[in-house]
Design a protein around this ligand. Structure first.
Ligand code: 9MR
Length: 722
């Protein structure tokens, strides 16, 4: 059962210990190794050949990662369901993958485009999980990941006709004993002397709290997925009667119906006129104390409390409501008006109270969602209000914000409840607005540049994860999905297919191509998470209760190990392997609206049929090899790696073979290993970054037997720089 000790803040500052980063690169023969370094035996993966266990799109990139101690390329074979080999090739040795501590190789079968199910990738005697190749691969995930929100609804019965008997349940928190009602919730002592109707909305996660900051970003993502699909002319797939929601058939897109359930709640959290802090939003409503597990929402007897308003919550409301006003306008203008008026009131109230921070200490019975930096929330809210109204007050708030030009708005760690500037930037980059052309071009370029950064980081890793090596914090899977969204938007802005390819490979990570060889989405993939931390979907604790419904995303690897189960079972894990599918591990295995929202966004995006983005990211480096000195038995040479791409390279790797059997005896400025005639060189720590157009060099000294023919092949792994 969670206690207040779980809430230690968003783990952005986690730094990996040296021992975790020490990856083992074993030389020698072919040695596939499922029980890889850094993976505790309790969570060991079942196969060394890691694929997207759901499958691949016919026109998309198709890559797998193989855990192996081999340093030479291995043969791979793609077999169809009848066991016939339909494609084959050689892997590309990658050596050590930092976040997993595993030695890996990559198999690329992107050029195979035939459809079917039951494919298996075989490498050196190991078979992958079976997978499909088909165009409709993500159709089911699109609706299941979005249906998550309906399951999480508070204040309405979840009906068997929509979800099946296993997931049906009475309404939560309408005041039917023993339940307290969110229909009239008092404030905590000293906060206010009245009670407020804050019914409805979505439960945040595995707990029964409802938090405005997390609700705001999640709603924004759900609505934004529709707004993006509309721009692409693909919104029919999210339209009316596409989802299992009670409102289907009302003429309004189902995704917007779902978002409205939360928007109504967010607006109920606004302090009424005539009260102190009028127009602000209460930060959160939740139980006075943590409940036990399991606990169906309607059986929760804890008193509910409103916690004091915060500037962050108020601006979340302003942003989400301003977006609502824009997107709902064609479907329900009265609701759009109501949203806009709530957004304006919230903005004004936040300006009057710009530093009312939610404290980290407020974590009894619910999460703190603390935040002492709200300039990014001001930027996001101003951007939404400006994009919706075009008014100069909001434009000035946008252009005078430091976030408008800061590169940090779209950093490597994704966005989240504490970091919202990215959302404003994405809106300004995509929704028509009156920013001057040069400013707009700069805003758009910043999205593309952030996406290039994600592609570079992916290229530097054996599992192609759009997250930095120190990015495995609480909810890391949402960071992966968030960054995939940034790549998808860059694809929209540029029309360049490599960004879609990057987003697709992020999906590969979530669905099985990862350090643990598991899918983090319930019901998707051969080995998928099913015991996520949740009070109702608690089958692991009570066999009469269901597992989470298909399409529920686990928080994912978290090297912070911030719960007792993780601490007991995962000690010593490599960062990207710090995950366990146990209901008690809330810091690695909870579900949450702010994690399923980017998954649903991404699923809707990749489910769209499109013709661009079929190939993996293209080469971004060039290599030269120059002999400096040669004598009877020896030589020295300099190898230069040039970044020819548009984005910074973060980590690189070069391989070649020596046709004359030369042997490297020493090297400088890179870690060089040799196996037979094959040589592998990896960056040193200090020269891993190469700016666009810049170079990094390293040297080798070696022996030769009379002649010193230059190497014939240079391979930059994965056709990038890493
Ligand atoms: O997602 C939140 C994560 O960033 C924080 O580090 C963590 C501790 O404060 O809290 C997470 O959010 C939880 C929230 O506070 C309560 N509901 C469950 C959320 C997911 O675990």
């Amino acid at each position: 059962m969670p206690t207040s000790s779980r809430w230690r803040g968003r783990g952005r500052s986690l730094r990996l210990s040296a021992s975790l980063l020490t990856a083992t690169l074993l030389l020698g023969g072919l040695a596939i190794a499922p029980a890889a370094a850094g993976v505790p035996t309790t969570v060991v993966a079942t196969t060394a050949v890691r694929v997207n266990q759901v499958g691949y799109l016919p026109d998309g990139p198709k890559r797998a990662t193989v855990v192996t101690t081999a340093t030479q390329a291995l043969a791979w074979q793609l077999r169809n369901a009848s066991g016939t080999v339909v494609a084959s090739g050689s892997t590309i040795p990658r050596g050590a993958d930092t976040p997993s501590g595993q030695s890996v190789q990559v198999a690329d079968f992107s050029s195979y485009r035939s459809t079917g199910s039951g494919y298996v990738l075989a490498v050196d005697g190991s078979d992958s999980a079976p997978f499909d190749i088909r165009a409709d691969l993500y159709d089911a995930l699109r609706s299941d990941s979005m249906a998550f929100f309906h399951h999480q609804r508070s204040g309405i019965a979840i009906d068997a006709s929509l979800v099946g008997t296993a997931y049906a349940r009475p309404a939560g928190h309408l005041g039917v004993a023993p339940n307290q009602g969110d229909t009239s919730v008092p404030c905590q002592a000293g906060v206010c002397d009245y009670a407020q109707d804050v019914r409805g909305g979505w439960y945040d996660a595995g707990d029964h709290g409802k938090y405005v900051v997390n609700g705001g970003i999640s709603t924004w993502l759900v609505v934004n997925s529709f707004e993006r699909a509309e721009r692409a002319g693909k919104d029919a797939a999210l339209g009316d009667s596409t989802l299992r929601v009670p409102e289907r058939g009302n003429g309004i897109p189902d995704v917007l119906d779902e978002a409205r359930w939360e928007l109504d709640f967010l607006m109920r959290m606004q302090v009424p006129e005539g009260k102190s802090y009028a127009g602000m939003a209460f930060h959160k409503v939740h139980d006075a104390a943590w409940t036990g597990m399991p606990m169906r929402p309607d059986q929760d007897a804890q008193p509910r409390e409103l916690h004091r308003p915060s500037t962050a919550a108020t601006l979340n409301l302003a942003a989400a409501a301003a977006q609502c006003a824009r997107v709902f306008r064609p479907y329900d203008s009265a609701f759009a008006d109501r949203c806009l008026s709530a957004a304006r009131r919230a903005w004004t109230a936040a300006q009057a109270n710009p530093a009312l921070y939610a404290p980290a200490s407020d974590s009894t019975g619910g999460g703190a969602y603390e935040d002492t930096q709200v300039t990014d929330e001001f930027y996001w809210a101003a951007a939404e209000l400006y994009a919706t109204t075009g008014e100069s007050t909001y434009r000035d708030a946008v252009t005078s914000s430091p976030w408008h030009t800061s590169a940090d708005a779209l950093g490597p760690y994704g966005f989240g409840w504490a970091d919202t500037a990215a959302l404003g930037r994405l809106t300004l980059a995509t929704v028509p607005n009156g920013l001057p052309a040069t400013d707009l071009a700069r805003v758009r370029a910043s999205v593309v540049s952030a996406a290039d950064g994600h592609l570079s980081r992916m290229a530097a890793q054996g599992y192609a994860v759009p997250a930095p090596a120190d990015g495995y914090f609480w909810g890391s899977n949402s960071e992966v999905a968030d960054n995939a969204i940034v790549m998808a938007v860059a694809g929209e802005l540029t029309g360049e297919g490599r960004y879609r390819a990057g987003a697709l490979e992020a999906m590969d990570y979530l669905l099985g191509r990862n350090a643990l060889g598991r899918s983090y989405v319930t019901g998707y993939g051969e080995t998928s998470s099913q015991n996520q931390h949740h009070r109702f979907w608690a089958h692991q604790l009570d066999a009469s209760l269901p597992h989470p419904p298909a399409g529920s995303l686990a928080g994912g690897p978290n090297s912070g190990l911030q719960d007792p189960v993780a601490q007991e079972k995962l000690t010593g894990c490599a960062p990207s392997a710090c995950y366990i599918d146990d209901i008690g591990s809330y810091s690695t295995n909870e579900v949450a609206i702010n994690w399923n929202a980017p998954l649903a966004w991404l699923a809707a995006y990749v489910a769209e049929r499109t013709t661009t983005g079929g190939e993996p990211p293209t080469a971004a480096c060039a290599v030269t090899y120059a002999v400096n000195d040669i004598w009877s038995t020896g030589f020295t040479a300099t190898v230069t790696v040039k970044n020819t791409g548009p984005a910074a390279v973060d980590g690189w790797q070069v391989t070649w073979t020596y046709p004359g059997g030369q042997r490297v005896t020493s090297a400088w400025n890179a870690t060089v290993t040799q196996n037979g005639i094959a040589v592998n060189a990896r960056n040193a720590d200090w020269n891993r970054s190469i700016a666009p157009g810049a170079t990094a060099s390293f040297g080798v000294q070696g022996t030769h037997s009379g002649t010193n023919p230059p190497p014939t092949v240079f391979a930059l792994d994965g056709n990038t720089c890493a």
